[in-house]
Design a protein around this ligand. Structure first.
Ligand code: GLU
Length: 382
């Protein structure tokens, strides 16, 4: 049984690094599709089994799966490097349909429900779209559905594009406040220099911080090693670590990659120093560009001081002009600023549900709204 995703490296002071509760697993194209464009159904079946074991352990799993372009170019019968951007987008659109079907079929063998999520860079960087994507992902996790995520290659032009799923996976991890990011590809981690060129290179087991020196180890973009993706993996690890998410780079080409990782342990670990929750609260506390304020009653103040969310029933008044997704100040009736958080309603909507009990919110708004004005995960006390 997978009681922990892994507790591998004996040299790490016996610490338990991998008691993950929510993990994003990024799977590279090379693991799913061979050079001739054939889909590796048996590998997928094995990892589906491993995912079901993780879910049994109450670890939430999100998959970022590459492979759409590789499958699509196989269907079209053209090599990836011979296609122009629109043809590649067409290939991705064709391949994505099969990719998600394969995932759906493999996971449904374990009675696991799946959902397809296609994101662009904008969806993870624009505050409002970030919130929408985040809420959908949270809802799926609550329903015990495994999201199968890829870049929305059809609409992503260069300026909207990640271009690699490593950084997309890191942004997803940040979005859902995952504590673990596992980057599975055909490399077993970071080396001091390109192992295919330098035989004396050393494998790096643990990275405390992704410094320029560490980034240099990935080689230049031009080299095969660099374009093979180590640089984007390090950039992903950097994003994830800043969000409080520990990243593991590991070789997934074994039949049971997670079991292999647990037993063999050869991987590079980028250990986050703080939890995603702590990082989010620090970010909120330091956020200066607030657009509005809600004044709340004593009951609501007690509720949020006890770690609860802020509900419309506790609202006394609303000031300023804010949109959903903006950071706003929470103040008590004595005028003391007691908190800051991300508004789930615009100021206009919030006005209309002042003092409203949860069961009456939908009726007041005329549509189905959120129960909270500010969710407790996005609320910090000052
Ligand atoms: N979105 C691309 C695909 O599914 C892959 C990008 C990547 O491999 O990082 O084919």
């Amino acid at each position: 049984m997978l009681t922990r995703i892994c507790q591998v490296d004996k040299n790490m002071d016996g610490e338990k690094f991998f008691g993950f509760k929510r993990i994003v697993i990024k799977i590279g194209s090379a693991l799913l599709i061979d050079e001739n464009g054939n889909f590796n159904t048996s590998w997928l079946g094995n990892i589906a089994n491993e995912i079901s074991l993780l879910l049994n352990e109450e670890i939430e799993v999100l998959i970022v799966s590459s492979g759409a372009v590789a499958i699509g170019s196989g269907i079209i019968g053209r090599k990836r490097n011979l296609m122009n951007i629109n043809e590649l987008q067409a290939a991705a659109a064709m391949g994505q349909a099969q990719l998600v079907m394969e995932w759906q079929s493999a996971l449904s063998d374990h009675n696991i429900k799946t959902a397809q999520i296609l994101l662009t860079r904008q969806d993870t960087e624009n505050q409002k779209r970030f919130l929408n994507s985040k809420n959908t992902l949270q809802a799926l996790l609550k329903l015990k559905v495994v999201p199968i995520i890829n870049e929305n290659d059809t609409v992503a032009t260069d300026e909207l594009k990640y271009g690699d799923n490593d950084r997309l996976a890191a942004r997803v991890a940040q979005m859902v406040m995952a504590d673990g990011l596992l980057l599975l590809s055909d490399v077993d981690g970071l080396y001091t220099s390109d192992p295919s060129v330098n035989k004396n290179t050393k494998h790096i087991t643990k990275v405390e911080s992704v410094t320029d020196e560490i980034l240099m180890m990935a080689g230049s973009k031009e080299s095969n090693f660099g374009s093979g993706g180590m640089l984007t993996k390090l950039q992903a690890a950097k994003i994830a670590m800043h969000a409080g998410c520990t990243t593991i780079i590991s070789n997934g080409s074994q039949d049971e990659p997670i079991k292999h990782l647990m037993e063999n342990g050869k991987c590079s670990i980028f250990q986050a120093k703080e939890s995603p929750q702590a990082i989010r609260k620090q970010w909120l506390a330091g956020f200066l560009d607030t657009n509005g304020m809600v004044i709340i009653d004593k009951g609501a103040e007690t509720a949020i001081r006890n770690g609860g969310s802020l509900l419309p029933v506790g609202l006394k008044s609303v000031s300023g002009n804010f949109e959903r997704g903006d950071v706003i100040i929470v103040s008590n009736q004595k005028g003391k600023e007691i908190g800051k958080g991300i508004a789930l309603y615009s100021s206009y909507e919030a006005e209309s549900i002042i003092g409203c009990r949860s069961e009456l919110i939908n009726e007041k708004l005329g549509y189905r709204g959120k129960t909270e004005i500010i969710h407790r995960d996005d609320l910090v006390l000052l």
